[in-house]
Design a protein. Structure first.
Length: 175
């Protein structure tokens, strides 16, 4: 992720979380980023197993699509959409999440409520009647991959295994 994008995320976060907070200036932020180069974590194991599992799930889904490349003309597009969704979840998504949002994927109250356990649920005081293209891309891509499995797998045992694996991957990604 480039320095300009990190700075934009910082300003967006400051504005959203505390409007009266005076953020650092762009030149100060640029100096900090130049002095302390951004590093990429090589391993998330032990730090956040859900993030690590989601990363592995994205990799496994990509492999699943690549294995079916001869059967699907949309494989490049699906892989590109998975890559785009993975990047969004790792970077921009956290900037959009707020306590209250009309976009279900950005609403903390909605996301943290358990629909099956009333004691761990809270009703929102607003509708979730908006959508965000990046969230829609992930959902639509996962739905397309599931359809691809259903349409291309002819052996029942392989179909059951592929569908079970897919649903497991999907669970980690959507968590």
């Amino acid at each position: 992720m480039g320095a300009a994008r990190i700075i934009d995320q910082y300003f967006h976060y400051c504005k959203e979380m505390c409007s009266e907070f005076e953020p650092l200036g762009k030149s100060s932020l640029s100096t900090i980023l130049d002095t302390r180069k951004v590093s990429t974590r090589k391993s998330l194991q032990g730090i956040n197993y859900l993030a690590a599992e989601a990363g592995e799930a994205f990799d496994s889904l990509r492999k699943m699509i690549e294995d079916k490349v001869a059967l699907c003309s949309d494989s490049e597009r699906l892989i590109e959409n998975l890559t785009r969704a993975r990047f969004y979840l790792k970077s921009d998504c956290k900037v959009h999440v707020t306590r209250s949002s009309n976009i279900a994927d950005h609403c903390c109250v909605y996301a943290l409520s358990d629909p099956e356990e009333h004691n761990f649920a809270q009703d929102c005081d607003h509708e979730h009647d908006e959508s965000y293209i990046e969230c829609s891309i992930l959902t639509n891509t996962l739905n397309e991959i599931e359809r691809l499995i259903e349409e291309t797998e002819t052996d029942e045992e392989l179909f059951d295994r592929a569908l079970k694996n897919f649903r497991s991957y999907r669970k980690f990604i959507e968590t």
